[in-house]
Design a protein around this ligand. Structure first.
Ligand code: ADP
Ligand code: MG
Length: 905
């Protein structure tokens, strides 16, 4: 088991099973925990090397790589050259402070993203002490026995020694899109990757059947590792918002260059001190350009990912958390999302009897009733045949732990096992029995078939959607024999399964047939079947789904149920969660509609039944064309394209396949519909907050520019000194903007329309609001200065302190655009209070402590000065409040629906 150099690399695919086990020092029962730890230590984790991470130092250094900092350093040097040592040191200190703040922001964001990467790790199914256990795929070691199943991703390079119709999609490695049928005989020594039929490779995907194998290579030694660089990592690609922020930043930079130019001209005209003019322009540029905005946006989104995680939404792309807020249609699965996916078989039809089965969940206690009387199931031959077939066409196992019964495998199959158990069918422990061949279930086939070798030959067992299985049946099992299935029988059977479906039951048909040899293809296996009966399986709706759907209605988010299940069942479930729909649209109907007609249908039909993965693509397409932002759920391998195509692909965390999880933008950890809605709620909050601090920062900047320029126009001495501008930009703006990013959601956030993602961050109305606040800030600073005109030092101190205090209080205006502070709760965001108080303390130090007085050229203020400043600040907050009070009243009168929901977020 040494690390081999290339020349002596073992050709695993040419070896026999015994040779492989021997050289890996492994056995069939699997790897113990101690052995795993040892091997992990020796060979390292089973993962691909990531690109080198930036060290803390490099992140710190990168803070200095901006034009703005360059300008500042230039300014510092210029001050040094003319002998202004105090200015020089102060600017350097401010640059450092800025870098430290920037460093911490970026560090936080990276930490959040790293934590996410850890959570995204895939699972592997391995044997420990002969029992299947789930481990993190990074912990897979050489010699592990891995169990492969349709929908699972192969965790390492594996030598196969057991398989039933195992098919693997190896396109990531070979580019070949058709799945490869595997076997267990040795391959040619010089076989290419795609021709090593007895091997399964890391990163490839099982599309059919099952298999077992032993891990022979891990991590970078795997075939996938050799072509690494294809690592599927979280993309930190630009989000729409950060792109918008960048454009915004550029526009503002252009404006500030213009303003700077203006100031210089003005200064020359008024023959002001050139050095002073230079410093003023530099500090203004620093103040105005919101270069920190993209970083703060990223930080807000990264921090938001954490709160989304608490709401069971695991975000895979930063941009997803932002798109989530603008979702206007949710296309959701039924099973597991709107329902609990806890299946119990309650009704069985076998010709011509309907049995009722008591009991709940997977607890195998229950009785069979016929005509409301308990009956012994073993006296009914047809029932036994049905239950047996249900067991043979099955992979689920029941497990009891801590007194609770649960299922390993799919819930639908678990329901069949439980029922067989209740009838004491001795084979209920069976599925272990060797299946000779299998045609697996997938959502487009809507059926599966297993083939067993028996004394009398081969037997195929099929189960699936009733109308599909019935089409494949030629006979029906009645009175202990198979008789031809007549049209009349088909009518009756249809009535039966429809009546099951009307009760909201999920219906499965079960059938079987004899074969003299193992069939080559599914047509051979799945034709001329003998019909055994129907299972009616109940899947209770989630109690919280009803409220979540109601909330979507108020939030103007459309909900469309997309299910592979039968239309009547789908309708019954929709009714129980109060999803209103004008009829049901079937997959086949969708095929017959053109885009326009389909879109038209979708505006009032919200239940889509017997739909497959390709239909999902079309639905996304037409909804997108209509300008909708679509969230689409999915779980199967087939769903991957739809998950990629949707604006937000939501993969199921519990029942989802590895492939779906990797294709989705988000993983729904609890599969619960309500969690999607809380995710949207959270996304809206983040978007709102980003808007809040952007607007706030801009209004402050506008205020600063207006104060300085209007002072110059009036021929006054500079009313704010360069260092003062740098200081206020650092202390007030940054901290309070971050605090705004942590605002709790607006109470009416789910009664607003979804955001249009193409709408610019700054609309006309916003611009007006920023200007009004900015002009107020600028002019009141000017007024403060003029009030103390007789004493320059004092006037500057007042203007400087005034603009900081007014901007600080202005934060309160931007906490909400609709609600007054009273409705919003004055203390509901403690970070705001902390930001205001800490900035205030800093300002007190600047005004009263002699060393700072020397640097910032300030003088002590007295109580009456503070009162004057407070007056200007409070007036601004009061005006904002009064405005909101009135516009709120108007909005309230216009509001038509006052639907209250008891959903707590
Ligand atoms: P959904 O997840 O939307 O309920 P599926 O695509 O899982 O729908 O299932 C569609 C239909 O396929 C079900 O109504 C059922 O009749 C059938 N089916 C579901 N699971 C299985 C299975 N494991 N084996 C055979 N048939 C199944
Ligand atoms: Mg399903």
């Amino acid at each position: 088991m040494d690390q081999k150099s290339d020349s002596e690399k073992i050709l695993w695919h040419t070896l026999s099973k015994e040779e492989v086990f021997k050289s890996l020092n492994a056995d069939m029962s699997g790897i113990s925990d101690e052995e795993r730890d040892k091997r992990l230590l020796e060979y390292g984790p089973n993962k691909l090397e990531e690109e080198v991470k930036l060290s803390a130092f490099e992140i710190f250094i990168s803070q200095f790589k901006s034009i703005l900092i360059g300008i500042l350093i230039f300014a510092a040097l210029a001050s040094f050259a003319v002998g202004e040592l105090i200015d020089f040191s102060a600017i350097i200190a401010i640059i450092l402070l800025n870098a430290i703040l920037g460093f911490f922001q970026e560090w936080q964001a990276r930490k959040a993203i790293d934590a996410l990467k850890k959570m995204l790790g895939l699972s592997a199914y391995v044997l420990k002490n002969n029992t299947e256990t789930v481990i993190n795929s990074e912990d897979v070691v050489l010699g592990d026995i891995v169990i492969l199943e349709s929908g699972r991703k192969v965790p390492a390079d594996i030598f196969l020694f057991e398989e039933t119709t195992l098919q693997i999609d190896e396109s990531v490695l070979t580019g070949e899109s058709a799945p490869v049928l595997k076997n267990t005989s040795p391959s040619e020594p010089d076989a290419m990757t795609g021709d090593k039929y007895n091997m399964a490779f890391m990163g490839t995907v099982v599309t059919n059947g099952r298999g077992r194998g032993i891990v022979v290579e891990t991590g970078m030694n795997t075939e996938f590792g050799k072509i690494a660089g294809l690592t599927s990592k979280i993309s930190e690609d630009e989000t729409v918002l950060s792109r918008q922020m960048n454009t915004l930043g550029k526009n503002i930079s252009a404006i500030s260059v213009f303003v700077a130019f203006l100031i210089v001209i003005l200064g020359i005209f008024q023959s002001r001190n050139l050095m002073e003019m230079f410093m003023t322009t530099v500090s203004l540029a620093v103040a105005v350009i919101p270069e920190g905005l993209p970083a703060v946006v990223t930080l807000t989104l990264a921090v938001g990912i954490k709160s989304m995680y608490k709401k069971k939404c695991l975000i895979r792309h930063l941009s997803a958390s932002e798109t989530l807020g603008s979702v206007s249609v949710i296309c959701t699965d039924k099973t597991g999302t709107l329902t609990k996916n806890e299946m119990t078989l309650t009704k069985i039809y076998v010709p011509d009897m309907v049995f009722f089965v008591s009991g709940s969940g997977y607890d195998p206690k229950g009785e069979f009733f016929l005509n409301e009387k308990p009956v012994p199931p073993n006296e009914y031959d047809g029932l036994l045949k049905f239950l047996q077939a249900g067991l043979f066409c099955n992979h689920a196992i029941l497990k009891k732990s801590k007194g609770e019964w649960s299922v390993i495998g799919t819930p639908t199959e678990g329901a069949l096992v439980t029922a067989a158990h209740k009838a004491d069918i001795p084979e209920y422990k069976l599925p272990m029995q060797k299946i000779a061949k299998e045609f697996s279930f997938d959502s487009s086939r809507k059926r599966m078939t297993t083939i067993y070798e028996r004394d009398e030959g081969f037997v195929a067992y099929s189960k699936g959607a009733p109308e599909i299985i019935l089409k494949l049946c030629s006979h029906i099992y009645k009175n202990k024999t198979a008789v031809p299935l007549l049209d009349n029988d088909r009518e009756i059977l249809k009535d039966v399964y429809e009546s099951f479906a009307r009760e909201g039951l999920r219906v499965l048909a079960i059938a079987s047939k004899r074969l003299d040899k193992i069939p080559d293809n599914s047509e051979e296996a799945e034709s001329s079947l003998v019909f055994f009966g129907f299972a009616g399986i109940i899947d209770p709706p989630r109690s919280e789904a009803k409220d979540a759907i109601a909330l979507c209605r108020t939030a103007d988010v459309d909900v469309i149920m997309i299910t592979g299940d039968f239309e009547i069942t789908a309708k019954a479930v929709a009714e129980s969660v109060e999803l209103k729909s004008d009829g049901v649209l079937k997959g086949t109907d969708i095929d017959n509609l053109d885009d326009k007609a389909l879109l038209d249908k979708l505006s009032h039909v919200k239940i889509l039944a017997r739909v497959n993965a390709e239909h999902k693509l079309r639905i996304i397409d037409v909804l997108n064309q209509d300008g909708h932002i679509v969230a689409m759920t999915g779980d199967g391998v087939n769903d991957a394209p739809a998950l990629k195509k949707a604006d937000i692909g939501i993969a199921m965390g519990i029942k989802g396949s590895d492939v779906a999880k990797e294709a989705g933008d988000m993983i729904l950890l609890d599969d619960n519909f309500e969690s999607i809605v809380s995710g949207i709620h959270e996304g809206r909050r983040e978007y709102d907050n980003i808007q809040k601090f952007t607007r706030y920062l801009l209004s402050s900047n506008v205020g600063e520019v207006i104060a300085i320029i209007s002072g110059m126009l009036m021929g006054l001495p500079l009313i704010l000194l360069p260092l003062q501008i740098l200081w206020m930009n650092l202390v007030t703006d940054g901290v309070s903007a971050l605090a705004l990013g942590l605002e709790p959601a607006e109470k009416d956030i789910m009664r607003q329309q979804p955001k249009n993602p193409n709408e610019p961050v700054l609309g006309k109305k916003t611009l007006l609001m920023i200007l009004v606040a900015g002009i107020y800030i600028g002019l009141s600073t000017l007024a403060l200065f003029l009030l103390y005109d007789f004493d320059l030092e004092k006037a500057r101190t007042i203007a400087f302190t005034g603009i900081i205090i007014i901007e600080l209080l202005n934060v309160l205006n931007f906490r909400s655009f609709r609600q007054t502070l009273r409705t919003r709760g004055f203390f509901s965001n403690p970070y705001i209070i902390i930001a205001i108080l800490s900035s205030l303390v800093l300002q007190l130090i600047v005004v009263y402590s002699p060393p700072f007085q020397a640097v910032f050229k300030t003088v002590a203020l007295n109580l009456s000065d503070w009162l004057v400043i407070a007056f200007f600040g409070i007036l601004l907050v009061l005006s904002g409040e009064i405005y909101k009070l009135f516009s709120g009243k108007i909005a309230e009168n216009n509001a038509s629906d006052k639907l209250s929901t008891n959903l707590a977020f």
